[in-house]
Design a protein around this ligand. Structure first.
Ligand code: PLP
Ligand code: ZN
Length: 398
């Protein structure tokens, strides 16, 4: 596969090299890079496996397979529920059953293979939790040393994944945003391979594959809407890019309207988008219960705004209690147990039903990005139980 790297802000094109992460002129926030393929010369037929790995998209993926687990990344299910939330049909793409139980595996596996291709000995990232646990577990079977910077508030399930995977974990008493900046200072000084969202342009190429799969698994019928939880903005950018590439390659004849859902307690990208162009990054406090999207200094804000705009979509925010309620409601009505960030889009769909923006006949897809077992404390209040003695229990069913 051949490709170039292009700055999202100034359009400058760069040859991909091992040390090229962002645009020299525009810096880390404005100068995130897009991977641009030679689309004219890519000939693709509609013959992908609905449950195949992301490596089946070999002309559209900037890495080749070097690890034993590559073939198990991607190919997660797209469920279709009739009558859910009153829709004729509601689709849920569920990445909670991915390798490390989150959508981040799609990006981590690209970073791990890239690091191996570059001959790196160490790979690092800063993460609210899932990027870290995904990196630690996908790199565990390789020769790479893995260094992870996380806020010390990381949920226990995610921390456990890191520690059992043998990563070098640095839990820091600070916010994700500051941990991210620190990790970049250390990683750049040491010359380690970087798996930080937005900085590494190749991550988005993994994250876009969820969109490909939604189209493939829906027989190339394009949903009207796709709802995605948003923190740094890389997942949603990737999903928009994936839809757009299948459109540009002539595999479908439209793209879904993509709606980004944030917590009201961490809605920075929404605020930047609502202010309008030119999109100008801002920094705000963030303290949502949905740790994976609790980001106040989002790193992929420019891409997220531009890509979402190009689909005709926008950003909305929901309350944390609506997110927690959505976890329980979705579990009961579908069996899908999501972590808070993965349930935010469900809460967003409910909000847009209430406002009349969605109709019963719209075809809507929700992307559920993480597994509820990663953060059971978040729903603790809903799962407290009374205990019984044997005879009391028997008496319940007399
Ligand atoms: C990372 C993550 C998101 C959001 O992705 P961004 O690229 O930060 O916007 C959503 N849900 C889960 C479970 C995640 O881990
Ligand atoms: Zn630039």
């Amino acid at each position: 596969m051949s490709y170039l790297l292009r700055c999202i802000t100034c359009g400058e094109e760069y040859e991909p090299t091992e040390t090229r992460y962002t645009c020299d002129k525009c810096g880390d926030l404005y100068g995130t890079l897009e991977v641009i393929y030679d689309y004219e010369n890519i000939k693709i037929e509609k013959e992908f496996e609905p449950k195949g790995s992301i490596f089946q998209f070999k002309d559209l993926i900037p890495a080749t397979s070097h690890t034993p687990i590559d073939q198990s990344i991607g190919g997660t299910p797209l469920y279709k529920f009739k009558g859910l939330l009153g829709f004729d049909e509601l689709m849920i793409k569920f990445d909670g059953i991915s390798f490390s139980s989150s959508y981040k595996d799609r990006a981590s596996i690209i970073a791990v293979n890239k690091a191996i291709e570059c001959g790196a000995d160490t790979i690092y990232c800063a993460s609210t939790g899932n990027a870290a646990s995904s990196l630690a577990l996908t790199a565990a079977g390789t020769a790479l040393r893995t260094v992870i910077f996380v806020p010390s508030t990381i949920p226990k399930g995610k921390l456990t994944q890191l520690l059992v995977a043998g990563a070098e974990v640095i839990p820091i008493n600070s916010t994700y945003d500051e941990v991210f900046s620190l990790s970049l200072r250390v990683g750049r000084k040491k010359g380690w391979y970087c798996r930080n969202s937005a900085i590494n342009p190749y991550l988005l190429e993994g994250k876009k594959t969820g969109a490909y799969e939604i189209l493939i698994q829906n027989d190339y019928k394009v949903p009207d809407y796709c709802f995605v939880g948003v923190g740094d903005g890389t997942v949603i950018s990737g999903i928009c890019k994936g839809f757009k590439e299948f459109y540009d390659l002539g595999l479908v004849d439209s793209v879904p309207i993509v709606i980004g859902v944030q917590s009201e307690k961490a809605a920075t990208i929404k605020h930047v988008f609502d202010k309008g162009k030119p999109y100008t990054p801002i920094i705000e406090p963030a303290n949502s219960v949905a740790d994976s999207i609790s980001v106040g200094n989002p790193r992929d804000v420019i891409k997220a705004c531009k890509y979402v705009e190009s689909t005709g979509g926008h950003f909305i925010s929901v309350r944390d209690d609506e997110i927690i309620d959505s976890i329980k409601e979705m579990s009961r009505s579908t069996g899908i147990f999501s972590e808070p960030a993965g349930a935010a889009p469900y809460a967003g769909v409910k909000k847009m039903i209430r406002s009349g923006e969605l109709k019963r006949t719209d075809s809507v897809c929700i992307v559920v990005t993480g597994n509820g077992l990663k953060d059971t404390d978040a729903v603790r209040s809903g799962v407290e139980v009374k205990t019984y003695d044997i005879d009391e229990a028997e008496a319940l069913f007399l």
